[in-house]
Design a protein around this ligand. Structure first.
Ligand SMILES: Cc1cc2nc3c(=O)[nH]c(=O)nc-3n(C[C@H](O)[C@H](O)[C@H](O)COP(=O)(O)OP(=O)(O)OC[C@H]3O[C@@H](n4cnc5c(N)ncnc54)[C@H](O)[C@@H]3O)c2cc1C
Ligand SMILES: *[C@@H]1O[C@H](CO)[C@@H](O)[C@H](O)[C@H]1NC(C)=O
Ligand SMILES: *[C@@H]1O[C@H](CO)[C@@H](O)[C@H](O)[C@H]1NC(C)=O
Ligand SMILES: *[C@@H]1O[C@H](CO)[C@@H](O)[C@H](O)[C@H]1NC(C)=O
Ligand SMILES: *[C@@H]1O[C@H](CO)[C@@H](O)[C@H](O)[C@H]1NC(C)=O
Ligand SMILES: *[C@@H]1O[C@H](CO)[C@@H](O)[C@H](O)[C@H]1NC(C)=O
Ligand SMILES: *[C@@H]1O[C@H](CO)[C@@H](O)[C@H](O)[C@H]1NC(C)=O
Ligand SMILES: *[C@@H]1O[C@H](CO)[C@@H](O)[C@H](O)[C@H]1NC(C)=O
Ligand SMILES: *[C@@H]1O[C@H](CO)[C@@H](O)[C@H](O)[C@H]1NC(C)=O
Ligand SMILES: *[C@@H]1O[C@H](CO)[C@@H](O)[C@H](O)[C@H]1NC(C)=O
Ligand SMILES: *[C@@H]1O[C@H](CO)[C@@H](O)[C@H](O)[C@H]1NC(C)=O
Ligand SMILES: *[C@@H]1O[C@H](CO)[C@@H](O)[C@H](O)[C@H]1NC(C)=O
Length: 683
């Protein structure tokens, strides 16, 4: 019997079942031998193999069940690495994504509909996080959400008696492409210190900012600058374009001009000069790009002003066909596939030496809406258990909340926590799920004396005959091409750590952004409304945690940012300065809009108001890079999880510190850097 199995093993085609260890075979692959037998005896009955092999919704099923690489999560970390980079070099890749592909949906494609994508039940997860351990402080947030007895949600500070506290809504994409499908598309290189600090921390000079820009040049397809502009790329896969400053009305330009005047850094004597300054490229090849003043935030949209993202790159890779109509690159994407556990080969100690556990595959559940954060989850979805094997590496890129959860469920994490859930410890790695960070964001809201221009006055928001949609589609012009906030300026607080600015402002009129809570995308305000959203970068707090709620992989972990618990005074000081500066700007803005009535935040206790109302959406750092052997490090400078072989993490969890700007471009660059490391000379 054993001999027969062994024979089948030897006959097995390498690319179907790549494995070389007989002992491993005996221990863990009996069912695969049966599959291998089928593979040989039954070349025409692929439908049979479909039952066990992963399915990709694109209809490009490959009859194989061991891949060179298995990648978990298709966001900016996992998507580009999987698709492009490894599959386009001929490596077989299985990409497992919990969500579905909704890349064709207008909510994902049209820049204007970004907020709606962030709340659509088919493509977004409702994760509730805590900002504070102390419930008294937590419940002061007007965005705090409660579940009422009858199931309805209540958002606010005065919940009904019997309501159950849920927390603060934190949008996450559960969809092909990850959060790059519903984010605000701001595509910004971080200040050089974000990279140079990693080089210093790890002693790995390849992380320096000069080198990281080379990856940017490689992936960017710039649509807003003359070809050849130094520091930019023009033939990569990630489309970049400028925001639509031409849609700004004179009232908004007046506010921007006053803001510059009040901060005292530069002068814009008229609208033309202001428009020129607002088009100053924030990704220019200049170490001073984080100095104070007006800035253009480029967007990850293409030349036709459609969202460009991991999803578009993956789809292009899948749709690339050979002349016989078969898929050109060996990429299999399996959507609706929730990874529950990593599979390790844990060898017996031999000759008195132990070898590290080796990641060889993943277990996952196939089925729609399996994660409890999915709004369509009703308690009945269980999914079909599946496994997939990786002959070279398993790469986890589930994002900042899910990556630590997956590691912990698989036995990699703090021993005490794992044992409390009866999870067998594979590697005691205390850093997993610690060090969670975010940038803080606060709003200043004002009412002008007259209305701002309403650029969407004639739009019907996708109802039949929507001329704005037609204009976007046919001409790549009109209000639907605009990102959320074309006004942006950088300012530097008195506590900034270095010469870079630590405050990034973006704003708009005739609309509103008040942070995240259920229903945030559906707020309607008077056309006289103006808002600033001010992001405190260089935030000091590293005390956030991602802990298991249970050992059930369909459950959502407990996330607590522990806001302001480290360096709180520094961060609050910077934000108070920003709020006061914003008030001053409204105070001295002249023209038909004046006077303004600043409605938020109240002046009574600005510091407390900031504590109550601040939010974030740049969660990072829950499985940080660090020196090998450092108890605070989760992965080394080459993304390898400490204490195991063949396992990397490539997503926003590995930043040791939250990037000093927006995180999505830095995460795309992690993906490219990991590609380089994995491919080596092939790159
Ligand atoms: C509303 C919002 C607006 C934002 N705006 C901006 C912006 O304008 N600019 C910017 O730079 N950044 C922005 N961000 C942040 C940015 O989008 C994220 O930092 C970035 O997407 C992180 O990428 P990632 O690969 O780490 O994870 P994600 O994008 O979260 O991707 C992780 C993927 O893994 C999948 N997954 C998770 N668990 C599993 C599992 N168990 N099995 C299988 N698949 C799994 C998820 O479904 C998801 O697709 C915004 C974020 C939000 C929420
Ligand atoms: C639940 O109760 C609240 C408050 O009593 C009410 O406003 C809401 O409409 C109810 N929801 C449903 C679905 O009945
Ligand atoms: C950055 O790293 C690259 C690659 O390791 C190296 O060639 C270059 O000299 C470094 N530059 C600086 C400024 O350290
Ligand atoms: C701000 O405006 C005042 C009055 O118009 C002007 O005197 C001053 O030079 C301006 N400052 C800057 C930095 O533009
Ligand atoms: C066992 O290890 C020792 C010391 O490392 C080595 O000299 C010896 O050759 C090993 N024996 C076998 C059978 O591998
Ligand atoms: C095995 O290794 C340990 C530590 O390296 C050593 O103390 C022990 O004597 C070794 N045992 C044998 C049987 O070689
Ligand atoms: C762990 O296992 C023990 C013994 O079987 C059991 O009593 C305990 O409830 C389990 N804990 C959890 C969290 O499942
Ligand atoms: C809306 O349509 C009217 C009538 O055609 C036109 O005058 C107006 O300029 C349009 N407004 C916008 C914002 O396009
Ligand atoms: C597209 O642009 C052309 C030329 O400016 C114009 O005639 C046409 O009406 C525009 N189409 C839409 C749908 O706005
Ligand atoms: C900040 O800039 C000043 C003046 O240009 C310079 O002297 C100083 O060294 C800089 N500080 C840092 C931390 O780079
Ligand atoms: C607004 O301006 C008035 C009059 O110039 C001044 O008294 C007041 O202090 C200013 N308020 C702020 C918040 O700057
Ligand atoms: C300013 O706004 C507050 C709060 O909305 C309101 O009570 C007050 O009447 C407004 N004041 C003016 C001058 O519009």
């Amino acid at each position: 019997m054993f001999f027969l199995l062994h024979l089948f093993w030897l006959l097995c085609p390498r690319d179907a079942l790549e494995e070389d260890s007989l002992s491993l075979f005996v221990r863990s692959t009996l069912p695969r031998t049966v599959l291998c037998l089928l593979y040989w005896l039954c070349p025409l009955c692929e439908h049979y193999l479909e039952v066990v092999a992963p399915q990709d919704l694109g209809g490009h099923l490959q009859p194989q069940f061991t891949y060179e690489y298995v990648i978990v999560g298709s966001g900016p970390g996992g998507g580009p690495l999987a698709s492009a980079n490894l599959a386009r070099r001929g490596h077989s890749v299985l990409l497992l994504e919990a969500g579905e592909d909704h890349g064709d949906s207008l909510l994902q494609r049209v820049p204007f509909f970004t907020p709606y994508a962030g709340e659509d039940p088919t493509m977004s997860w409702s994760i509730y996080v805590n900002h504070y351990e102390d419930p008294k402080q937590a419940y002061r947030d007007s965005k705090y959400t409660w579940q009422q007895k009858n199931g309805s949600l209540y958002v606010g500070i005065d919940p009904p008696e019997d309501a159950k506290p849920l927390g603060i809504y934190y949008p996450r994409a559960g969809t092909l492409g990850g959060c790059s499908q519903h984010n605000a598309m701001n595509l910004v290189l971080p200040p050089d210190s974000t990279w140079d600090d990693i080089a210093t921390l790890t002693g790995d000079g390849s992380w320096n900012a000069t080198n990281m820009r080379l990856y940017f040049e490689r992936i960017e397809k710039c649509n807003y600058l003359p070809e050849g502009t130094p520091g930019h790329g023009f033939s990569g896969w990630l489309g970049s374009n400028q925001n639509r400053v031409d849609l700004l009305d004179s009232g908004l330009l007046e506010i921007a001009r006053t803001a510059l005047n009040v901060t005292g850094v530069e002068t814009a004597e008229d609208d033309d000069k202001m428009l020129e300054l607002l088009q100053r490229d924030m990704n220019r090849n200049d170490a001073k790009r984080y100095h104070q003043g007006a800035q253009l935030l480029p967007l990850h949209v293409d030349g036709r002003r459609r969202r460009s993202s991991s999803q578009t790159y993956l789809t292009d890779t899948i749709n690339n066909l050979k002349s016989d109509g078969s898929q050109k690159y060996p990429l299999t994407i399996s959507t609706s596939s929730l990874v529950t556990k990593l599979i390790f080969d844990i060898a017996e100690p031999k000759n008195n030496t132990t070898t590290k556990p080796r990641a060889i595959g993943v277990e996952y559940l196939q089925g729609s809406a399996l994660y409890k954060a999915d709004r369509r989850f009703d308690g009945t979805q269980k999914g079909v258990p599946m496994t997939a094997y990786a002959s070279r590496e398993v790469i986890v890129a589930g994002g900042v909340f899910n990556t630590p959860q997956i590691l912990k469920l698989s036995g990699i994490g703090p021993r005490e926590e794992l044992e409390s859930f009866n999870i067998t410890v594979v590697v005691d790695l205390p850093a997993v799920g610690t060090n969670l960070q975010d940038n803080y964001e606060v709003r200043v809201e004002a009412t002008a004396s007259t209305d701002f221009g309403n650029i969407v006055a004639n739009c019907t928001f996708l109802a039949p005959g929507d001329i704005c949609l037609r204009e976007w589609d046919q001409n790549a012009t009109g209000p639907y091409t605009a990102g959320g906030a074309p006004l942006s300026i950088l300012t530097r607080s008195s506590v900034s750590e270095n010469n870079d600015t630590d405050l990034l402002w973006f704003g708009g009129g005739a609309s509103i952004f008040r942070g995240y809570f259920p229903g945030f995308s559906r707020l309607v305000v008077p056309l006289s409304t103006f808002w600033w959203s001010i992001v405190k970068m260089q935030s000091q707090n590293r005390a956030g945690t991602v802990k298991l709620r249970s050992a059930d992989p369909q459950d959502v972990p407990e996330i607590n940012f522990n806001f302001f618990s480290q360096g709180g005074e520094h961060d609050i000081e910077a934000l108070i300065e920003a709020v006061m500066l914003a008030r001053k700007i409204f105070n001295v803005t002249s023209g038909p809009l004046a006077p303004f009535n600043v409605t938020e935040p109240h002046l009574s206790d600005v510091g407390q108001n900031i504590k109550d109302e601040a939010w974030g959406h740049h969660a990072s750092c829950s499985c940080p890079i660090g020196p090998v052997g450092d108890a605070k490090a989760c992965v080394d400078s080459e993304f390898r999880v400490q204490g195991v072989e063949n396992l990397r993490i490539v997503d926003g969890s590995v930043f040791p510190r939250v990037p000093g700007g927006f995180p999505v471009l830095p995460t795309f660059l992690l993906s490219e850097k990991a590609t380089h490391l994995i491919l080596g000379d092939e790159y």
